[in-house]
Each structure stands twice: as structure tokens, then as C-alpha cells.
Design a protein around this ligand. Structure first.
Ligand SMILES: [Zn+2]
Length: 236
């Protein structure tokens, strides 16, 4: 599924060329909430489009997760810890990423680095306009190999899926696959779902912060890092 705004003529032509149906549905409810939203569904089978639209309208998250091919362990985890309309627990530390980290053991494989996929998180109002722009910019580039929230950074089913996706991208767009891998291997200074600094090299002390990927930059990041408040995440 994609938002209608992401569609354009070229995208439509490419789908048609590859035998994919594109249907825009005008939903009156989304996950139990009264809201009018247009969602474009892309599939080879019309029946799957019907099922996905119905599951989203009625709020059947287990069904939609299975239609999208998410591992059952991950959808069970997400549904258990993030009930509808309450996906972002309040508080400085952030909700979704914090919960995933609490179930994760080092070393973290870079293929499951989902910190640049902000889709499942709700935007907290505390971000300033510049930080929101950075988040929106990062979101445009699909810097991830899994498009779901994993139940941990060691989830075997997610890793299998991520490696398969990395393989497909590598085969078709090797340059892009290389870029995504190199971004996912960069160390992240992590504060919460949205507050991160990304370092250029593994030796963080002598490294530059990548401003395009970071919502905390400059002296502020290093000050927070030294204060011991956040965590430094490294990916192999
Ligand atoms: Zn899982």
C-alpha cells in the first residue's frame, strides 16, 4: 500500500508493465478510527486488494500483517505492545524503538536496522520544523531492508526477509543496495523514536555527524552523548 500522493504516471506505467494492479480505495475508517483516507493498493491479485482494504477498514492488524508478509512473531509483538490509537507511549525515551531494543541482544545485524523507517511511529509534537524536515527527507529514500517493525534486532524471520530483499535490490540496483548497506552500518546515537545522531565512521570519537540523517546535530549531540543519557548503537 502507498499513499496516493506517491503515485505518478511513470509509477503507474511501471506497475502495468510488471502485471501489477493499482487500485485507489477511499476508506471511511482506518484501524477503527473514523477517518476518510485514500489508499492505493498494488497487487497481482484483485482479491488480495479487497482483503487488504477490508482488513484496514475493520482494524484487523493480524490479517494485514500476514497479507504484507510480515513474520508472525513481529506482528504478534507489535499488536501486543502497541494497541490501536496508542502506538506512541508518552515520554522522552520514545516507544517503538525502545521496546524493540529492550528485546535485542548485541551484535545487531545492519540488515535489521529500521531506525530510518519512521512509518509506524507517530510524530511527536516536540520536534521542531527543521527536525520534521529531516525526518521527512530520510523517509523519502527507503533506507531499510525490512518495512515492518521487527520483534527484536535478532529476529531470525526478519533477518531472512531482510537478506532476501537486500539480494533483490543488489541484483537490480547494485549502487542503491550499496548505499543502503553503508547507511545501515553507521553507528547511531539514540535517544528515542525520533531523536538520533548518525556518525560517519565506527570510531565515533573522531567521526563527523551526518546532518542529513540526524535530528540531533552539533554540540548538542556530543553533549547529550557525554551525559550518558542516550545509547550508542553499532551494527555489524
Ligand atoms: Zn520477529
Amino acid at each position: 500500500m502507498v499513499q496516493e500522493s506517491a503515485l505518478n504516471k511513470e509509477f503507474g506505467r511501471q506497475c502495468e508493465k510488471n502485471g501489477l494492479l493499482v487500485e485507489i480505495r477511499d476508506l471511511k475508517r482506518l484501524y477503527g478510527e473514523e477517518i476518510r483516507v485514500k489508499i492505493a493498493y498494488i497487487s497481482k491479485e484483485k482479491e488480495l486488494i479487497e482483503n487488504a482494504a477490508r482488513a484496514e477498514e475493520t482494524g484487523d492488524r493480524k490479517k494485514i500483517a500476514s497479507l504484507l508478509g510480515y513474520p508472525a512473531c513481529c506482528s504478534d509483538f507489535f499488536i501486543k505492545y502497541f494497541p490501536l490509537h496508542d502506538q506512541q507511549p508518552s515520554g522522552e525515551e520514545g516507544g517503538i524503538t525502545k521496546k524493540v531494543l529492550s528485546f535485542s541482544k548485541k551484535p545487531y545485524p545492519h540488515e535489521l536496522n529500521f531506525f530510518f523507517n519512521f512509518d509506524s511511529r507517530l510524530k511527536p509534537s516536540k520536534l521542531n520544523a527543521e527536525q520534521i524536515k529531516i525526518v521527512e527527507n530520510i523517509s523519502q529514500y527507503c533506507l531499510y531492508f525490512i518495512n515492518h517493525v521487527p520483534c527484536s534486532l535478532n529476529c531470525k524471520a526478519s533477518l531472512k526477509k531482510a537478506r532476501a530483499m537486500a539480494g533483490v535490490i543488489k541484483e537490480r540496483e547494485p549502487g542503491f543496495a550499496e548505499t543502503v548497506s553503508s547507511v545501515l552500518k553507521k553507528p547511531i546515537f539514540y535517544l528515542d523514536d525520533f531523536l538520533i545522531s548518525v556518525f560517519e565512521h565506527s570510531k565515533v570519537e573522531n567521526s563527523r555527524i551526518v546532518p542529513e540523517l540526524s535530528t540531533i546535530t552539533g554540540k548538542n549531540a556530543l553533549k547529550k552523548l557525554k551525559s550518558g543519557k542516550g545509547r550508542l548503537l553499532r551494527f555489524k
